[in-house]
Structure formats: structure tokens, C-alpha cells
Design a protein around this ligand. Structure first.
Ligand code: FES
Length: 60
């Protein structure tokens, strides 16, 4: 699913960015560009960050 239409970034790419260490929407933007332009995707990016970090915490 596309999260950021401005940069053509998918939710998979955002998840990968978080897995590689990004923990804020700004860090994700630095890694893959999502949120760099109109910013409309930032809410979704933050939700994916939260979900991914939570999942990782549960996985131990
Ligand atoms: S949709 Fe992501 S910056 Fe515009």
C-alpha cells in the first residue's frame, strides 16, 4: 500500500526504515523521503512507526 504519494513510498518501505533504526517521522523521511513534501502522509508514517516498534517490543 502506498503511504506517501509524493515519493511513491509504500508501507513496506516505511516498516523497513523503522527496522533499520528510524524512530521518528523525520528519520523515516531522511531514509526514504516519505513526508518530505506535502506532509499528508506523516500521520500514517507515525502510525506505522508506532505499530512496528510495538511489534518489535512484543517479539523481544
Ligand atoms: S504524501 Fe508524503 S510527502 Fe506528500
Amino acid at each position: 500500500m502506498y503511504v506517501c504519494l509524493c515519493h511513491g513510498v509504500t508501507s513496506h518501505t516505511v516498516t523497513d526504515a523503522v527496522t533499520c533504526g528510524a524512530t521518528t517521522s523525520r528519520e523515516v523521511a531522511n531514509v526514504c523521503g516519505a513526508g518530505m513534501d506535502c506532509g499528508r502522509c506523516k500521520r500514517t508514517v507515525r502510525a506505522i512507526i508506532a505499530a512496528t516498534l510495538e511489534e518489535r517490543a512484543c517479539a523481544g
